[in-house]
Design a protein around this ligand. Structure first.
Ligand SMILES: *Cc1c(COP(=O)(O)O)cnc(C)c1O
Length: 398
């Protein structure tokens, strides 16, 4: 029998997408500037002089954003998770002992990646909604010898921040362990000094703090970690695509590994260029100012934040949803009525509002806070919307 597959009935994207783009204020992807969008529409040769100049600048800007002088700033065609896997797969060899600091969904993902490359992961579970303490890390490092530590700077899933990266970096160095930090949501939104804090790998994605597109990510290895774990490795890493030694051919030797995601790299170039133009100190200040104002507005309305100030991540804000109101209904109402998209959470009755890159703009805050408050009200929550809006205004004008 010879049956052919008939032409499918397909509607154009214009019938699928909303007629007015939604304001993306969730846990990523985030809105992108026009120059990033324009760059993303261009295709160029993935090898040759033009690409070489683009890559050289991406690396130079990457070094600024990571705050490192390392030669090993590399990109990867893939999500933030691909950059996580690339860091882990190259720095953790079979049998290596790794202390995986776990305070949420993404830090557990790092631990799972360690296990998948046959590393021996020991989980250091942190209390609910808390960042890890230096003392807990020190205790763990004293009790056993570890080859590496993994942790997140900002745990996007439950909006917890690990604030002690600098101290953990120094401790780990004293104990001979490499430090792998996932900064997917935080990079360029709050300080991270890779070299000064003695971090051996920093991971980021495109669609969060950097305000680029999803699917093209950046990471950096310290020269020390490169010499110790990559340059001298004798067994073959498990992943061909994620092999840092092969990726180095493209990123540092102007030759072919795989066809680089050229449009996404051009987009990333523009996103990084905007960060360099703004400068990191000003960018950190903008993020802090906006996030604190948003938090003040939320509390001013009578809603509660999930995490105490001491452990709170500013890049993504977690808001407790009153028991009488289902979080998915809040999201649906905000999206349908106000055209504002925010996020739920993995199993917690909270909603999350992102404060990453382009999300940290004053005009977005007013629209988002109003949409949140009026949607919750429409669903029966009792709160004081005008008081919250006034608090946002007051805090922003400080
Ligand atoms: C979003 C996120 C990731 C995963 O990024 P993807 O692009 O979805 O793979 C990893 N870690 C953290 C902290 C994140 O916020």
């Amino acid at each position: 029998m010879n049956e052919t597959v008939s032409v499918p009935h397909i509607v154009p994207l214009s019938e699928i997408l909303p007629d007015e783009p939604l304001l993306m204020m969730g846990a990523g992807p985030v809105p992108i500037p026009q120059s990033v969008a324009s760059a993303n529409s261009i295709v160029i040769n993935h090898l040759g002089e033009t690409m070489n100049r683009v890559i050289a600048q991406v690396k130079e800007m990457g070094r600024y954003v990571f705050q490192t002088n390392s030669r090993y700033v590399l990109g990867v065609g893939g999500p933030g998770s691909a950059a996580m896997e690339m860091a882990v797969a190259n720095l953790v060899h079979p049998g290596d002992k790794v202390l995986c600091i776990c305070n949420g969904y993404f830090s557990r993902r790092l631990a799972e990646m360690v296990a998948r490359v046959r590393g021996e992961a020991t989980l250091l579970e942190v209390g609910a909604n808390e960042g890890v303490s230096v003392e807990a890390v020190e205790r763990a490092l004293r009790s056993k010898r570890y080859d590496a530590i993994t942790l997140v700077q900002g745990e996007t899933s439950n909006t917890v921040c690990n604030r002690e990266l600098a101290a953990i970096g120094h401790l780990a160095r004293e104990h001979g362990a490499l430090v792998i930090v996932d900064a997917v949501c935080t990079l360029s939104t709050m300080p991270l000094e890779m070299d000064n804090w003695q971090i051996d790998a920093v991971i980021t994605g495109g669609q969060k703090g950097l305000s680029s597109i999803p699917g093209v990510s950046l990471l950096a290895f310290s020269e020390r970690a490169w010499a110790k774990k990559i340059a001298t490795r004798t067994d073959l890493p498990f992943h061909w695509v994620l092999d840092a030694g092969l990726a180095d051919k493209f990123w540092n030797q102007k030759s072919y590994h795989y066809t680089a995601p050229v449009s996404g790299i051009l987009a990333l170039h523009e996103a990084l260029r905007l960060i360099c133009g703004e400068t990191l100190p000003k960018r950190f200040e903008r993020h802090l100012h906006c996030s604190e104002a948003l938090q003040a507005g939320i509390e001013g309305m009578g809603l509660q934040l999930l995490v105490t100030r001491e452990h709170r991540l500013n890049s993504v804000v977690g808001i407790v949803v009153p028991d009488s109101v289902p979080a998915p209904d809040v999201l649906a109402h905000m999206s349908r009525v106000h055209r504002v998209e925010i996020s739920g959470a993995f199993g917690l009755n909270i909603v999350r509002i992102g404060q990453m890159g382009e999300q940290s703009r004053e005009h977005h805050l007013f629209r988002t806070l109003h949409a949140l408050g009026s949607s919750m009200k429409a669903l029966g929550a009792s709160l004081d919307l005008p008081a919250g809006m006034a608090e946002l205004e007051r805090s922003l004008s400080h």
